[in-house]
Ligand binder design. Structure first.
Ligand SMILES: *[C@@H]1O[C@H](CO)[C@@H](O)[C@H](O)[C@H]1NC(C)=O
Length: 360
């Protein structure tokens, strides 16, 4: 939701304003590592890859997704270990179970990744790269790549305390929300208490005590002489964070922690005739765009919860465009469902039609 607001803001305020950079001094080779990434995280990395490629640098991306860019300067390496892909992890079974499955898949990935021939080959030529950018959190199995090479950590989400401590920025849990825990700004005393408990539980129990030792064991089996993963992580030169202070929670950051939120936003492209007329035909009640992102699968949600959405949408005077990853019987007349939607173009169209023209 925050990202959506941010895109709206960028589209509305920034328009097409772009700074002009001096040409790069030379062509660099940059390796982007996101062996465990959701589709939306890949989209964010792709905007970085494309901007670098556009400026003449050579980019190689290691991901768990099929190739999606045709840029000649971008080479996508897919490791093909399918169990890590979002469609194979159901976070709706039970939240705790979902995280457990995710952790287990990550440990499996640490075990299998370096046995994949294309990954092995990439690992052996890693010293050819001038810079590595690693997707942060749950990609610790990629740290053997960064040994003795300058690297940047890219947080596809908001900052969290464990990772920012690495750069010496110890966030105060009294006013910075821990990952996976919803807070309002400012937090109530009760939320602060829960924030501390959930932080201790998630990071010290979930990660430091459970996940990291397992990852370390798998990685040490492949690379017995390598420093520990957390020591490799500590050598990061910089951190990119996918948030922006204008719409996010206020967080004190160091000069080496750069907010790059909305990096993936671009001017809207024209919509298909069908979407265009659905939006403009909604009249004065307007249109609601509804998506839970790429990781949350509606097909995984228990039917009774899904039906609550259907019934609520049915009662609305607005038209609803719903990113829904399956087939649904009995779709209300005011609801359009699609498996994947051009979100930025839709938001652009909605702004154009309702904000700029007053929607008539
Ligand atoms: C730490 O990073 C620097 C450059 O950023 C690099 O020269 C050095 O080899 C790295 N050390 C380790 C242990 O990776």
């Amino acid at each position: 939701m925050k990202v959506v607001t941010l895109c709206l803001l960028v589209a509305a305020v920034a328009g097409g304003a772009e700074g002009v950079l001096a040409p790069p001094e030379r062509q660099y080779k940059i390796l982007l590592l996101l062996p465990m990434s959701f589709r939306s995280h890949r989209t964010i990395f792709m905007s970085l890859a494309e901007a670098l490629a556009e400026r003449g640098h050579k980019v190689v991306m290691l991901t768990n997704h099929p190739k999606s860019s045709s840029h000649p300067n971008i080479d996508e390496v897919t490791h093909g270990l399918e169990y890590i892909n979002d469609e194979n992890i159901n976070m709706f079974n039970d939240r705790k179970q979902g995280y457990k499955i995710m952790r287990e898949s990550i440990v499996r990935l640490a075990r299998d990744l370096y046995d994949v021939p294309v990954v092995k080959e990439l690992y052996l030529r890693r010293k050819d790269f001038d810079l590595i950018v690693v997707s942060s959190l749950f990609n610790e199995m990629a740290y053997p790549f960064v040994y003795e090479i300058p690297f940047i950590a890219f947080l596809a989400r908001e900052v969290n305390r464990r990772e920012t401590v690495v750069l010496g920025n110890v966030l105060n849990l009294a006013y910075v929300c821990s990952f996976g825990h919803l807070c309002t700004v400012p937090m109530s005393a009760w939320q602060r208490f829960l924030n501390v408990v959930s932080h201790i539980h998630e990071f010290y129990y979930g990660q430091i005590l459970v996940l990291l030792p397992k990852l370390q064991k798998e990685i040490s089996a492949h690379f017995p002489d390598l420093p520990p993963l957390l020591d490799l992580e500590r050598n990061m030169s910089m951190m990119f964070v996918n948030t922006h202070f204008s719409v996010g929670m206020p967080v004190p950051l160091l000069p080496s922690q750069v907010e790059v939120g909305a990096i993936h936003c671009r001017p809207a492209n024209p919509l298909s005739q069908e979407l265009e007329s659905w939006i403009t035909g909604a009249g004065s009640p307007g249109v609601i765009y509804f998506s839970l992102g790429s990781f949350t699968k509606f097909t995984n949600i228990p039917v009774q919860y899904r039906d609550v959405f259907v019934q609520a949408f049915r009662r609305l005077p607005q038209r609803v465009i719903w990113k829904y990853d399956g087939d649904l019987e009995d779709v209300p007349d005011n609801v359009m469902i699609r498996k994947w939607l051009p979100q930025q173009d839709i938001l652009g169209e909605i702004i154009q039609f309702y904000v700029m023209t007053g929607g008539n």
